[in-house]
Each structure stands twice: as C-alpha cells, then as structure tokens.
Design a protein around this ligand. Structure first.
Ligand SMILES: Cc1cc2nc3c(=O)[nH]c(=O)nc-3n(C[C@H](O)[C@H](O)[C@H](O)COP(=O)(O)OP(=O)(O)OC[C@H]3O[C@@H](n4cnc5c(N)ncnc54)[C@H](O)[C@@H]3O)c2cc1C
Length: 300
C-alpha cells in the first residue's frame, strides 16, 4: 500500500510527487503518456518563474521528469481506468495493475477539445489537429491556420509565424482573448493575419486537408478557401478529464476543492487544471500539487 498515489504527471502531479517524497511518504505517480503533461507538448513555455530561456515544452518536461526521479518518486507508465475512492483504502486500477493507497491526488488535467466539424475526424493528423512543437517544422514556408484566440493558441501562432509563410488566426469572438504582451506581438508581426468573428466550419480533401470552409458568425456568410498542403492547428479549449470520478460531485465537470486541495471525499485531493479554479497555468498547477501533497502527507 502506498501513502500517496498521484494520477497524472503534469506540473501538478510532479510537484505533488516531489513534496510527497520529501515528507518521507511512499509516493507512486501514474502517467499514461509522458511526464510533463500538456506543457510538455507546447512550443514555448512562458511566464513561469525561473524558466531557462528559450524554454521549450520538451526542455521543461525533461527537467520536471529528472527532478521527480531524483527526488525518488516511483513513476509507472500506465493508464488509470478505474478508481474506488470512498473507502479508507483507495483503489486505483490501471490497464496493467491495481494499486492501493492511503491517499490519492487527482492531477490528470484536461483533454483538448475538438471542433466537431465535417472532415475533422477523417483528416485528423493529415493537415488538421497538428501540434506546433511537433509538426511546426513541416510547415516551414507554408500556409498555417491556428484556430483559437486565447493565450495558448496565440503563443503557438507566434511560434509558427517564425516558420510558416503566413499564419491565419481564426477566432469566433470580436477580439482575441489574450494578454497584452501577445496582442502586441501579433500586431507587430508581418505574417500573422487575424480573422475575428469567424469559425472554421468544415475541412475537406483527398487524404489531406485541401480546403477550409470559414463562416462569419455575424453575417452567416461562408467562404471556401482552397489551400492544399496547409496546416491547421486547433487550440479551441479543453474539457476536464474527470470521467473516472463518478464518486465526486463535479462543477461544470471540474473537481471542487478547498484551500487544502481536499475534495469532498476524505483522503482524496485534486490539483492543477482538473480543479474548479480561475487561473490554469503551470504556476497554479505546481502550487496546487505542493498544497495537496503536504496535506495528504500529514493525513497518512
Ligand atoms: C497551447 C497551450 C500553451 C500553454 N502554455 C503555457 C505557458 O507557457 N505557461 C504556463 O504557465 N501555462 C501554459 N499553459 C497551461 C498549462 O499547460 C497547464 O495549466 C498545465 O499543464 C496544467 O498542469 P496539470 O498538471 O494540471 O495537467 P496536465 O498538464 O494536463 O497533466 C495531466 C497529466 O495526466 C495524464 N493523464 C490523464 N489521464 C490519465 C489517466 N487516465 N491515467 C494516467 N495519466 C493520465 C496526462 O497524460 C498528463 O500527463 C498552456 C496551455 C495550452 C493549451
């Protein structure tokens, strides 16, 4: 039996693991993909304190991983498929094992939202659904579209503008929903065009995206853009990965916690983007993880 089981090895989970081990607790962290989570897949990491500039998602995730390993956290690469959280002994089932814990920290973040438009599923990974950090180089000198207007989307658009011939940002609202720093950089950029109050409503092509349908949300007018070989990068928000947590009462799908990061179930904590909160950033995820682990350690 572990003192603390952590589900998810993003910034929140890694922070929780480091603090859990530091309290002398046996700590298991379960990760289905890679240590680093969402931030490990972005082009550049900004605004977190003490970044080593220019910080990529990959370099940041590598340091998260080495710090967790050096601390002595046990990490297993398995997918959690079920949990039983209500009893004194918490059960966590993965695709390979079942683990028991005195406490559990739920830190498995969010899942990127898809657009749900015609052609998206068939052409996913073939011109749409690209990842700037992984695929950006393939679009050097080409046409790129970024769907989304929040900080994450605009940061990836700025990165892609350094590679692509032209980046078109497609955003359904009247203004970009991003911070002044990014807005100013977009305005200063020579190869970023912003199309506001516009949605990407369909993609089509023969095995590869060849055309996009754009719809003006104010006039309802649609326009078909022929652009074979273009890349569409979708950053259209996310949904919490809480489908396993039917024992908890959720709010808009997110997990409510108190200031100790405790959920409504004794011995069950939550940390990071999966929680009900105002600000979803690495800084707040890491803070949540630390708070959750310090209180979990004190409870077992
Ligand atoms: C495009 C973009 C750019 C961003 N850039 C920045 C930035 O520059 N600076 C900043 O501060 N913030 C940035 N953010 C926000 C930041 O990435 C998140 O706030 C942060 O990653 C949240 O960390 P987390 O640990 O809560 O969740 P996540 O990072 O989502 O980690 C959750 C982990 O849980 C794992 N997991 C999920 N389900 C299971 C399961 N069933 N079993 C096992 N493991 C599971 C996942 O694989 C993942 O590794 C950005 C966000 C986006 C979308």
């Amino acid at each position: 039996m572990y003192d603390i089981i952590i589900i998810g090895a993003g910034p929140a989970g890694v922070s929780a693991a480091i603090y859990g081990v530091s309290r002398g607790k046996s700590t298991l962290m379960i990760e289905k993909e890679k240590v680093g989570g969402l931030i490990g897949r972005v082009s550049t990491v900004t605004h977190y304190s003490a970044l080593v500039e220019p910080e990529t998602g990959e370099s940041f995730a590598a340091r998260l991983k080495s710090q967790a390993e050096r601390a002595g956290a046990k990490i297993v690469y398995e997918t959690v498929t079920g949990v039983s959280l209500s009893g004194d002994v918490k059960m966590v089932t993965t695709d390979r094992n079942t683990y028991q814990g005195k406490t559990v920290i739920l830190a498995n973040g969010t899942v990127s939202r898809k657009l749900g438009i015609p052609g998206e599923t068939e052409l996913w990974g073939r011109g749409i659904g690209m990842n700037a950090a992984r695929d950006g180089q393939k679009y050097a000198g080409k046409q790129v579209y970024v769907v989304g207007g929040a900080d994450g989307a605009i940061k990836e658009a700025l990165y892609l503008a350094g590679l692509a011939e032209k980046v078109t940002v497609i955003h359904f609202e009247d203004q970009l929903g991003t911070i002044a720093e990014f807005k100013n950089r977009v305005e200063a950029s020579e190869n970023i065009q912003v199309r506001l109050h516009t949605r990407l409503t369909a993609v089509s092509g023969d095995g590869q995206v060849e055309r996009l349908e754009l719809t003006d949300v104010k006039t309802g007018k649609t326009e078909v853009v022929e652009d074979p070989g273009c890349g569409i990068f979708v950053y259209a928000g996310s949904t919490p990965a809480t489908e396993l947590y039917g024992e908890l009462e959720l709010k808009d799908g997110y997990i409510p916690v108190n200031e100790r990061q405790e959920t409504a179930l004794p011995g069950v904590y939550a940390a990071g983007d999966i929680c009900v909160k105002q600000v979803r950033q690495v800084a707040t995820a890491v803070a949540d993880g630390a708070i959750a682990a310090i209180h979990a350690a004190a409870a077992c």
